[in-house]
Ligand binder design. Structure first.
Ligand code: SAM
Ligand code: SF4
Length: 352
C-alpha cells in the first residue's frame, strides 16, 4: 500500500500539487471523481451469506478511523469537489456516534458544497435513527433487502428479523426519507421471488435495484452456485412485463428501466456482465482509512497514515490527488468455479 508516496517523479507531483493542479479530482483518464463512499465500520449486526463468513473477525478499534478522522478525510474530498457522500459499512447504523458524524458532515450540505449526504443500511436500526437522519439533511437512503420471506431472511442474514427491516423502511418513509431497495440476485434463494419483491417495492413507492453477486472476500459458500445473471432476470421479466429504458442517472453504475405494469423504476447493477468503468466517478474509503479507487482491484492508498503521521490538510489533499491520479482504467471481475475471489477484501470492509 502506498501512504503519501514521496518517491513519485517530481514532474507528476508538481502537476498534482502545484499551480497547475486541476481544481477538481480528475484522474489520468479524464474522469472526474465526484462521489465518495465511506465505510464507517466493518462491523454488522447481520451476517449475510454472500457478504461475510459466519465467524468474522472484526478489526481492533485502534485500526478504525475515529469520527474526527472520518470527518477530516470526507471533508477534504468535499473540498476537492466531491458532491455526493454515501456512508456505508459494515452496517453504518451500528457505529457508535454515527449521528454526530452525520451532523458534522451536514455543514457541507448547508454551505452548498455537498449536494447529497446519504447512506446504505440493512435497515434493522432505521426505526431508531430515521428521524435524526432526516433532521440532518439526509434525503434518500438505500436499504438492502433480498427477500420478504421471514424464514429465508433469517437464513440469508444468519439470524436477522425481517419485521425490524420493514418497520425501519416504514419509519424512514414516515420521516420523509426517500427509500431505494437494493436486492442481491441469488440463483438458488430469491430468483423466483424477484417479481414479488419488485411489486412490493413499487407498491410502496420505492425504487428498486437488483445487484449481481460480486466476488469480494472469502465467504463460507461457493458463489458460483448463487450467481444469477441480471441479463437473464431482465429477459424473464420482459416475458410478462414491459420495461422501458430511462436515462435516470444516480451517479452510480445502475441502468434504469420503468416497469409499465407497476409504474415503478428498476435498476440493474451488473459489474460482471457489463463493464461500466468508463463512466466511473467514484472512489471508496474503508473504515481504516484506505482509499480504493476501483472496487475490483487491489489498488490502495493509506490516508490514515497521512493523518496519524501528523500530516497537514495540504498533505492529505496531495495524497488524495496522487491516489486519484492513479485510478485504474477498469476492473476484471470474473466468477470462475473454484477460483479465489478477484479481490480478497470483503464488501463489508470496502463499503458496498
Ligand atoms: N450493511 C449495509 C447493507 O447491507 O446495506 C451496508 C453495507 S453492504 C456491504 C452494501 C451492499 O453490498 C448491500 O446491498 C449488500 O447486499 C451488498 N453486497 C454485499 N456483499 C456483496 C457481494 N459479494 N456481491 C454483491 N453485493 C454485495
Ligand atoms: Fe451486514 Fe450489509 Fe454485509 Fe449484510 S450485506 S452482512 S447487512 S454489511
Amino acid at each position: 500500500m502506498t501512504p503519501y508516496d514521496t518517491s513519485l517523479p517530481q514532474a507528476r507531483r508538481a502537476r498534482l500539487s502545484g499551480a497547475e493542479a486541476p481544481t477538481g479530482l480528475v484522474d489520468s483518464f479524464g474522469r472526474t471523481v465526484t462521489y465518495l463512499r465511506v465505510s464507517v465500520t466493518d462491523r454488522c449486526d447481520l451476517r449475510c451469506v454472500y457478504c461475510m463468513s459466519e465467524h468474522m473477525r472484526f478489526l481492533p478499534k485502534a485500526e478504525v478511523l475515529t469520527l474526527e478522522e472520518l470527518d477530516r478525510i470526507a471533508s477534504a474530498f468535499v473540498g476537492l469537489g466531491v458532491r455526493k457522500l454515501r456512508l456505508t459499512g459494515g452496517e453504518p447504523l451500528v457505529r457508535k456516534g454515527l449521528m454526530t458524524l452525520v451532523e458534522r458532515l451536514s455543514r457541507h450540505l448547508k454551505s452548498g458544497a455537498l449536494e447529497e449526504l446519504t447512506l446504505t443500511t440493512n435497515g434493522t436500526r432505521l426505526a431508531e435513527f430515521a428521524p435524526e437522519l432526516a433532521r440532518h439533511g439526509v434525503r434518500r437512503i438505500n436499504v438492502s433487502l433480498d427477500t420478504l420471506k421471514p424464514d429465508l431472511f433469517a437464513r440469508l442474514t444468519r439470524g436477522g428479523d425481517l419485521g425490524k427491516v420493514i418497520g425501519g423502511i416504514e419509519a424512514a418513509q414516515g420521516s420523509g426519507l426517500k427509500v431505494k431497495l437494493n436486492a442481491v440476485a441469488l440463483a438458488r434463494d430469491n430468483a423466483a421471488e424477484i417479481p414479488d419483491l419488485i411489486k412490493w417495492a413499487h407498491g410502496r413507492g420505492l425504487d428498486m435495484t437488483l445487484i449481481e453477486t460480486m466476488p469480494l472476500g472469502e465467504i463460507d459458500e461457493d458463489r458460483t452456485d448463487q450467481f444469477l445473471s441480471l441479463a437473464k432476470v431482465r429477459a424473464d421479466l420482459e416475458s410478462y412485463w414491459t420495461l422501458r429504458d430511462i436515462p435516470l442517472t444516480t451517479g452510480g453504475p445502475a441502468r434504469y428501466v420503468e416497469v409499465a405494469e407497476t409504474g415503478g423504476r428498476l435498476g440493474f447493477i451488473t459489474p460482471l456482465t457489463h463493464n461500466f468503468c468508463e463512466a466511473c466517478n467514484r472512489v471508496r474509503l474503508t473504515c481504516t482509512g484506505t482509499l480504493h479507487t476501483c472496487l475490483g482491484r487491489e489498488d490502495a492508498s493509506d490516508l490514515r497514515a497521512v493523518l496519524r503521521a501528523g500530516g497537514s490538510d495540504e498533505d492529505l489533499t496531495a495524497a488524495i490527488r496522487l491516489a486519484v491520479d492513479a485510478k485504474p482504467q477498469g476492473h476484471d471481475f470474473q466468477i470462475d468455479r473454484g477460483a479465489a475471489p478477484a479481490v480478497s477484501r470483503h464488501m463489508s470492509t470496502t463499503g458496498g
